[in-house]
Design a protein around this ligand. Sequence first.
Ligand code: GDP
Length: 501
Amino acid sequence: VFKALEFADKNSDTYYKEDTVIHNPQIIRDVIKISGCRFRIIARPDEDIDKEQNKDAVPAPPAPPEALRPRPPVVCVMGHVDHGKTTLLDALRDTSVVDTEFGGITQHIGAFEVTLPSGERATFLDTPGHAAFGAMRSRGARCTDVVVLVVAADDGVMAQTLESVRMARAADVPILVAINKIDKPGVNIDKTLRSLAQHGLLCEALGGDVQAIAVSALKRLHLDTLVEALILQAQLMDLKADPGGYVEGVVIEAFVDPRTGKQATILVQRGTLRKGCVIVAGNGWAKVRVLQNSAGLSVESASPATPVLVMGWRELPSAGDTVLEVESEKRANEVMRWRHNQRMKEKQESDLEAINIKESEHQAIYKQKLAQKRSLGRFRTRQEGPRQKMIQEDDHPTLSVIVKGDVDGSVEAILDILETYDDHERVRLELVSYGVGQVTPNDVEVAQAFNAIIYAFNVECPPGVARDARAAGVQLAQHNVIYKLVDAVRDQLSARLPRRR
Ligand code: GDP
């Protein structure tokens, strides 16, 4: 497969546009002969890969019911900014350290366990908010069982409170409400409960089925009650896993420690992880050398729903990767080789696709421009098709957006929220494109063609690109807080609502 780098000679019969993909080498030879134009090889089907049989590691079939044992819930804390998510997580994490006999030093490994005096446990994901929830979901690794929705009693239900509810509902994860800051004088818990009810979250005190616990994260009041409620919720959900067999899990965090080297926190979801186990995860693999819990203590093993810091990585995986145990180092190497080959193959395919998409993008831009010109009456045609389409679109106002963000997790979180606005009856929200990274000239070009607004979250827009956007009349909105970005989108949607007569 070849990509034309230059236009062919205009005098020849054959004319290739720049970036045209050509699959037939004979044509290329002819074109070179006639015009002397240049080509670059961009991909070659690798027959070796095709012939190789699948050597990947795969999850074991579901465990038989008799092998399943109850497991603790895995909890993600969400809520509006400043309502006390971080304080609550800190308080819970400290409780867990005080409880350990040898009192290790708390370390942030992405998740921690809280054990009640009764011995029952709950596991908390350590990063509060949308990004953690979104990042985990974007890779299809659904590992949150319950969302704790923190609502400050003195502030009540706010924009991000509702966003969190939407995200949890979209992921079908039950919510438990923690009404926080009840130590503040004059706070009204009932008012907060009623306000939640108005937004469709009916707590038990008002006859619904959502548990709500009044706490003070700062004064550490009723935290045990909160954890008990979570464990009750886990029992209602009948959360179970097989502690035997090969280990399966998900990577919560991966990083290089300057002193101890490559480390990754794993949430075990099936089986029991022990020293000496060989595991693969994404592009990484390890022979487990050291296991540490969130209190910094060395442990021998980790059972389902337990987060554990793993050392012994030859190659580091990425957050969200699925962890699978394999029988030997030899097998791990085989899996790594297979995955490497698959990646190369996918890259070749996506390179080709990118070029083809670029083609179709150009076509779309061209069509759009033509349609715009037609609608201005300058290019009236006899064909009624495209014009009718324009009229329909006029009837149904649309906000077109392009979303750029710093990491997969934030982009995914924004799209999750925007999705909930998409079913609006009177104004449509159209996602033209999205991606990770700074705003590019291509984004501006596409935005101009589709009359779209570019929303950038936590990413820069190079001055040159910003200038081009201004010159092209493209709106560019930069935000560092997700809910502000979403608010801005909502304002634009409202502005497009048809006026009532
Ligand atoms: P986050 O943005 O949701 O993570 O909120 P933080 O945990 O950073 O808390 C925001 C502010 O609220 C901080 O000044 C906390 O000290 C304060 N705060 C958190 N929990 C409580 C509480 O239970 N009572 C009181 N009075 N203040 C709290």
